[in-house]
Design a protein around this ligand. Structure first.
Ligand SMILES: [Zn+2]
Length: 305
């Protein structure tokens, strides 16, 4: 996968943000974008830069138009964020992607942007063009991701699922510089890249889907999102393994081996089990196409040796 894919998707999905936006573009005199570090010949708008300062006293930096985009306010697409009062002047501040605290987003292979917002932000921005186009919701980002996956919006017809890549933003937050420094697209559920203002981390959603399937078979569906059920596993993932609690857990689960085999291997993924399963379980039957079929029940004599 090209390291540019996520940037290309974001750039294409936000074209309207840059139309008529008031900021000056110039030919840069540095070797690469100060944010994503890509060479000026490689970025989506080659050899075009915008100036950005971090805070009032920050040094001006030359960033590519893709990295600049989350900093562009839009009255038309989002709407009024708040009024800024200084002395006798009141200035309207409009919403921007790089100021969506606690909000997520998905960019599909057709370069369509969907935003998930907390209710307060949703109420502010629902009348904007993106709101009117049905691009905003108050879902959790992962719930929106799963619903788009189920609706077929993350793979193109005739292509292998997810091959073309989508972008998953877990939290736009307010640190666009960290978000844009390394933006990654996802082409497999085994490695869903969760982009956020804290950087990018992988999530093995495939293993969590398999885990969900085992939980359903073992009739443990109602335990799936319970922190207390997973405690021996999540404690161990934090390096605080409690052997007695783990043994008790093994006694409680009807087929612990099947469940342990299905679990994601990465401790960070294991810590996220309750939260991710909360969204996965109610959608499990609709996600069947993404589950690995059960291996045939044939005897494999001698396979241990
Ligand atoms: Zn850049």
């Amino acid at each position: 996968m090209s390291r540019h894919l996520a940037y290309q998707r974001l750039f294409a999905a936000t074209h309207e943000l840059r139309v008529g936006a008031e900021f000056s573009r110039f030919t840069p005199d540095t070797p690469s974008c100060a944010c994503c570090n890509r060479r000026w010949s490689e970025v989506e708008a080659p050899f075009q830069a915008a100036e950005y300062r971090y805070g009032k006293s920050g040094e001006p930096e030359q960033v590519c138009l893709t990295c600049y985009t989350p900093r562009i306010p839009s009255e038309r697409l989002l709407g009024l964020e708040r009024y800024n009062h200084t002395g006798n002047t009141t200035t309207p501040i409009y919403g921007k992607l790089g100021m969506l605290v606690g909000s997520g987003g998905i960019i599909t292979p057709r370069n369509e942007l969907y935003l998930t917002l907390p209710p307060k932000l949703h109420a502010k921005y629902k009348k904007g063009e993106w709101g009117q186009q049905g691009r905003l919701s108050t879902d959790k980002p992962l719930a929106r991701l799963l619903d788009l996956l189920i609706a077929g919006a993350l793979s193109a017809p005739g292509e292998r699922p997810l091959e073309q890549g989508f972008v998953y933003i877990e939290n736009w937050g307010r640190k666009a510089d960290i978000l844009m420094r390394r933006l990654l697209a996802t082409t497999s559920l085994k490695e869903v890249w969760c982009n956020s203002e804290q950087g990018v981390t992988p999530l093995d959603l495939q293993a969590i889907l398999e885990t969900a399937q085992v939980l359903k078979t073992l009739e443990l569906t109602n335990q799936a999102d319970r922190l207390v059920f997973w405690k021996p596993i999540t404690d161990a993932a934090r390096g605080q393994r409690d052997d007695a609690a783990f043994d008790a857990w093994l006694g409680k689960v009807p087929d612990p081996r099947a469940l342990l085999m299905a679990l994601p291997t990465d401790p960070f993924d294991r810590l996220r089990l309750p939260a991710v399963l909360r969204e996965v379980m109610p959608r499990l039957s609709a996600l069947e196409a993404y589950l690995t079929p059960a291996p045939p029940q044939t005897q494999r004599q001698g396979s241990l040796f």
